[in-house]
Design a protein around this ligand. Structure first.
Ligand code: PCA
Length: 331
């Protein structure tokens, strides 16, 4: 009798478990959740643009797909985001495109100083380099959903920088190979630090100057550590949001359409937000006590010379692919 009871119970448990599995399967077919790592703080305009992209997708997908944004390297740290998307660990993510310039110089064309240092020029350079960039990323199983530039890059320091001589020996915070090279050529000492760690690096004296946008300067409250900002307008590096090709192809045609439509809108909105951001955040630096100025002629000339050297180095490394880009850019 005991054994009969056990058998009945066992049968009940099996059917209960089967029911549960059915519910879970049905649930996951209804709503797929995509975790999306991004490197920069939640308040940054890139992150806000991405949050809007996720909201657009989620609304248009009617519950069939939900993108959850994880900013500031909270899910995956910046240096690992590209490989996480490539391997499919996450279906979608954002990173600074020129971080990949060590893999192929083409990825770093937007960070060659003074090659494209206005929004108009940056747009033209992106038009000239997008196809090659797409093809290179396709080899790593990724497609670009959208690319958005940072505002023009300027120099921050604690004190006056009247010429390159004043940069000599400074511990200089960098974020890619180009900023590292620029620091070296200026006689500074480069240290790579990701944005979420930059405040701490200044607070502890690990770094004492940097080149970045007014946006990042405001995000890290540069006025807590630094006194001067020079609006050198050196280049406009881009962030890309990429998707894993397998994850994209596993979506229904309708959902693929939803993602691509929201992506096109995010690229348009992002460029516009970046332009607005430049003036707003430069003003915010000034409002918070940073001395905002154009570079002196001597500093501008010194940086131009570094730019010429770096453009030559880039062209040499980038070979035929680079030449094609420069030709179509019209340089
Ligand atoms: N902010 C990022 C990249 C370029 C920018 O403006 C950073 O400082 O890391």
């Amino acid at each position: 009798m005991h054994s009969t009871l056990r058998a009945v119970r066992a049968t009940a448990n099996v059917s209960l478990a089967a029911g549960l599995v059915a519910v879970l399967v049905a649930g996951s077919a209804l709503a797929e959740t995509w975790d999306m790592p991004t490197p920069y703080p939640e308040g940054n305009f890139h992150t806000q643009n991405i949050i809007q992209f996720a909201e657009d997708v989620n609304a248009a997908a009617g519950g069939d797909l939900e993108i959850v944004v994880h900013p500031a390297g909270s899910l995956i740290k910046h240096p690992e985001i590209k490989n996480a998307v490539r391997s499919g660990q996450v279906p979608v993510g954002e990173f600074l495109l020129s971080r990949l310039s060590n893999e192929n110089p083409v990825f770093g064309v937007d960070s060659v100083p003074f090659l494209a240092n206005s929004y108009e020029a940056a747009e033209k350079l992106w038009a000239a380099s997008r196809d090659v960039t797409e093809a290179l990323l396709a080899r790593q199983n990724m497609t670009i959903l959208f690319a958005v530039p940072w505002p023009p890059q300027g120099i921050y320091a604690d004190g006056e920088i009247a010429s390159l001589d004043d940069m000599s020996g400074l511990k200089f915070r960098t974020y890619n190979a180009a900023t590292e090279r620029l620091a070296q050529l200026a006689g500074a000492v480069p240290t790579q630090v990701e944005v979420p760690d930059v405040s701490q690096a200044f607070a502890t004296g690990r770094v004492e100057a940097m080149i970045t946008s007014p946006s990042t300067g405001v995000n890290i409250k540069a006025w807590d550590f630094l006194s001067h900002y020079y609006d050198t307008q050196a280049w406009l590096p881009k962030n890309v949001t990429v998707i894993n090709v397998d994850a994209f192809e596993a979506l229904s045609p309708e959902l693929q359409d939803v993602v691509m439509t929201a992506a096109a809108e995010a690229e348009r909105r992002g460029w516009e937000a970046s332009r607005t951001e430049t003036a707003e955040k430069t003003q915010a630096l000034s409002d918070n006590g940073i001395a905002v100025a154009a570079p002196s002629d001597a500093l501008a000339a010194g940086l131009r010379e570094i730019g010429t050297t770096m453009a030559e180095e880039w062209a040499e490394r980038a070979g035929d692919e680079g030449a094609t880009i420069l030709q179509s850019y019209g340089n």
